[in-house]
Design a protein around this ligand. Structure first.
Ligand SMILES: [Zn+2]
Length: 278
């Protein structure tokens, strides 16, 4: 899709399954299962949807998926059902990894940050986009590098350390414009340092809000994942996003939806907010 001079493309890096209960928090299964059908193990299917942004000067990647350097145990824990599609995606989009100048991470959870790495021919772990700078909030980075008992399963610290040691990491402190038309805004909730990425062009705005609203099934305010560290902040930010989506006609890029990659919101005759694909 074109936003003035900026071109954006949602891509599917991988597919995975997570426990439905952990994805919908306090919502009873009898309700969430109507929106999201679980399998016999109570797992729900999710896509991993990074975005490619071409500004005319820069090629940017928003979140990176899981990548292909996970071990067997991690692959099983995260319910990955196939291998990383990064190689295919880059061929399909006619992008050489060296051309990518910026990678913006909403947060450092494994399904968002581990695609920053690839397995080299010699088996070593390397940066997938060798010439890019990697942008993330400083707060998120500190939390990721010092996980607690609750967050330890979501961050792969030994890999993140490779990124830190590469000298390519840029730690942000708050909201800022990183490239013309591309800015970040701290959202919190899911993790205290999670940021949304905003893309502005041609009078339109796209928001890539990370795991604030991972799927269209999470549009309703209380449909908040149990893994969110501060669910009240998530609900407040969702309320804010509803208003922007409806009143200012923003476009949302869902990071885990199977059906909707980019959508606008409309209110139906009963006041219910429904996604409309764009
Ligand atoms: Zn996450």
């Amino acid at each position: 899709m074109k936003l003035g001079d900026i071109e954006i493309q949602a891509v599917v890096e991988n597919k995975f399954k997570l426990d439905g209960g952990s994805m919908f928090g306090v919502i009873p299964k009898s309700l969430w299962s109507k929106l999201c059908r679980p399998d016999e193990n109570n797992l729900v299917d999710m896509d991993i949807n990074p975005m490619i942004v071409k500004t005319g000067r820069d090629i940017l990647i928003l979140d990176t998926g899981f990548g292909d350097t996970l071990n067997e145990r991690q692959t099983k824990i995260y319910g990955l059902t196939q291998t990383s599609r990064w190689e295919n995606i880059l061929v399909e989009e006619s992008i050489k990894p060296e051309q990518v100048t910026g990678v913006i991470l909403t947060h450092a959870h494994a399904d968002h940050a581990m695609g920053a790495f690839k397995r080299g021919h010699d088996g070593s772990v390397q940066l997938r986009f060798p010439n890019a700078k990697y942008y993330i909030q400083k707060r998120e980075w500190q939390d990721a590098m010092n996980p607690n008992e609750r967050t330890a399963a979501t961050y792969i610290v030994e890999k993140l350390r490779l990124l830190e040691d590469s000298g390519k990491l840029v730690l942000l402190e708050g909201d800022t414009e990183l490239f013309p038309g591309v800015s970040v805004k701290v959202i919190g909730g899911h993790t205290p340092g999670m940021q949304a990425i905003l893309i502005d062009g041609g009078g339109q705005r796209v928001i890539y809000p990370g795991d604030l609203m991972p799927m269209a099934a999470h549009i309703k305010i209380p449909y908040v994942a149990a893994v969110d560290l501060d669910p009240i902040t998530t609900m407040n930010q969702k309320r804010w996003l509803h208003e922007k989506m409806l009143k200012e006609d923003w476009i949302i890029a869902f990071d885990h939806d199977r059906q909707f990659k980019l959508a606008k919101f409309r209110q139906d005759e009963n006041g219910k907010i429904v996604p409309v694909g764009v």
